[in-house]
Ligand binder design. Structure first.
Ligand SMILES: [Zn+2]
Length: 116
């Protein structure tokens, strides 16, 4: 039995319920803990589910998302300049990792927005 299946079994034992929604990362069924938090047993992390007609966490209001998107976009422009100017391969690799995480975050923001 895999670690994730063990965790799922443990979760059910603690009174967690399996949800219809799947984890956006791995597609495994999500669990609602007795605390109300949503958890993915496979990724071993909490997952935020955003629905239009349910409680949207304050951090994910459209306003906060727009601000975050703007900040990330400005950062990306700075990173683009830095990437262009950088000559050290090591530093470049670090910069590209940052670019990548920014793009992932932007992609996620856009996905959340589509769902809401
Ligand atoms: Zn997952």
């Amino acid at each position: 039995m895999g670690e994730d299946l063990k965790r799922m079994a443990e979760l059910l034992k603690t009174g967690a319920s399996m949800l219809e929604e799947a984890c956006p990362q791995c597609g495994s069924p999500l669990f609602k803990l007795t605390s109300g938090e949503v958890y993915c047993a496979k990724c071993d992390r909490k997952v935020l589910i955003v629905k239009s007609d349910e409680e949207v966490p304050s951090a994910l209001t459209p306003m906060a998302l727009s601000t975050l998107e703007e900040t990330l976009t400005v950062n990306l422009q700075r990173l683009e300049k830095a990437v262009r100017a950088e000559t050290s391969p090591e530093a470049l690799e670090g910069l590209l990792k940052l670019v990548n995480s920014h793009l992932e975050a932007l992609e996620r923001i856009r996905r959340i927005r589509r769902q809401s």
